[in-house]
Design a protein around this ligand. Structure first.
Ligand code: UFG
Length: 338
């Protein structure tokens, strides 16, 4: 049985990926510092899969923690999620973002190198493209100067991995996520935003639940058919499955370059107003909303070309937007997280 280390394995995307890994017959070791996740998620993963993953509460910012962890462990691959991810917060506190997102990555790579662990999947983001001139966005679209320290950590992270692959004969795939949403169909795991949600879907579900008064739509004069911004919303279970496909590509030595990257989205662009309409229709709940000024740093439109992921990873997003929104709503009702 292949052993996979998942850092940040109790977080939103991490926990869904651990479930898919265990369902696909991998043995999982989770490292999480619980800075943006809850230990209960470990039990919920166990309930879904019937298998309790090995768990270590560990701060990856401390180099000795990381290097000690790897000693005497046989690990076949690493999926690295653990990172801070709030765009606005990264502007307020860039050094914390560089320390956590870059420092930890460097130590992790050193640990992998020293213990001959070759295979790495890295959580990257479509944010590396900024406002792309081409739509849908292919992997050939130029990387734009990052809009935030958070975005910069993803760009720099990819560079560090690429150079490490070259120098130490490692293999890696960066998955550039578009907008992950939804919850596991069991409704036992989902997104757990801390405080006021920054992302659209948790803000919508909290508004529908009466926790927030109304949703503010950031901008209604974008150059889009209805004036609101367009994104590619992907069900988190589909996104989790993309990690298994990418991991298998590495383990089967099919990666054509030592460092490769793929866009992971549905290929479908949906506006904020379309999201609201679809949410209202599939849940039967009406949403209070108002239009406010654009949010700084937001792009008009971003959706993926999925051709490379479809063909080279043999993976495709399968779940509908309705299914994703309904699962997010059920999760909200169950967890009633504030
Ligand atoms: N939006 C609102 N109101 C809200 C929240 C969001 O109108 O309360 C709008 C945004 O303006 C945007 C869309 O809903 O048009 C989606 O916003 P999200 O914050 O959910 O997602 P983003 O596309 O802004 O963010 C995603 C990832 C980030 C990444 C960023 C880069 O979540 O990690 O893309 O563009 F950095």
């Amino acid at each position: 049985m292949k052993k996979i280390l998942v850092t940040g394995g109790l977080g939103f995307i991490g926990s869904h990926t651990v479930v898919e890994l265990q369902n696909s017959g991998f043995k999982v070791i989770i490292i999480d510092d619980l800075s943006n996740s809850k230990i209960e998620v470990l039990d919920n993963i166990t309930e879904i899969t019937g298998v309790k993953p090995e768990f270590y509460k560990l701060d990856l910012k401390i180099k000795s923690n990381v290097l000690d962890f790897f000693k005497n462990k046989k690990i076949d691959g690493v999926i690295h999620f653990a990172a801070f991810k709030a765009v606005g917060e990264s502007v307020q506190n860039p050094l914390d973002y560089y320390e956590n997102n870059i420092g930890s990555l460097v130590y992790l790579l050193q640990g992998m190198r020293d213990n001959n662990i070759d295979n790495l999947i890295f959580s990257s983001s479509c944010t590396v493209y900024g406002q792309s001139d081409e739509l849908p966005i292919t992997e050939n679209a130029p990387i734009k100067t990052a809009e935030s320290p958070y975005g910069n950590t993803k760009q720099i992270g990819e560079e560090i991995i690429k150079e490490s692959c070259k120098a130490y004969a490692m293999n890696a795939i960066a998955l550039r996520y578009f907008n992950p949403i939804g919850a596991h169909p069991s409704i036992k795991i989902g997104e757990l935003p801390l405080g006021i949600p920054q992302n659209l879907i948790p803000y919508i579900t909290q508004t529908a639940a009466g926790i927030r008064k109304e949703l503010s739509i950031f901008g209604n004069d974008y150059e889009t058919p209805d004036g609101t911004a367009i994104r590619d919303y992907i069900h988190v279970v589909d996104l989790a499955k993309a990690h298994i496909a990418a991991l298998n590509r590495l383990l089967e030595k099919k990666n054509t370059k030592s460092f490769n990257f793929f866009n992971i989205g549905t290929g479908i662009g949906t506006s904020v107003l379309e999201i609201i309409k679809t949410f209202e229709k599939c849940t039967g709940v009406n949403l209070n909303y108002k239009f406010v000024a654009k949010r700084e740093g937001d792009v008009t439109s971003a959706f993926a070309s999925t051709k490379n992921a479809n063909e080279q990873l043999d993976w495709k997003a399968e779940k509908s937007l309705e299914e994703a929104l309904l699962s997010a709503w059920k999760w909200q009702q169950k967890s009633n997280n504030v």
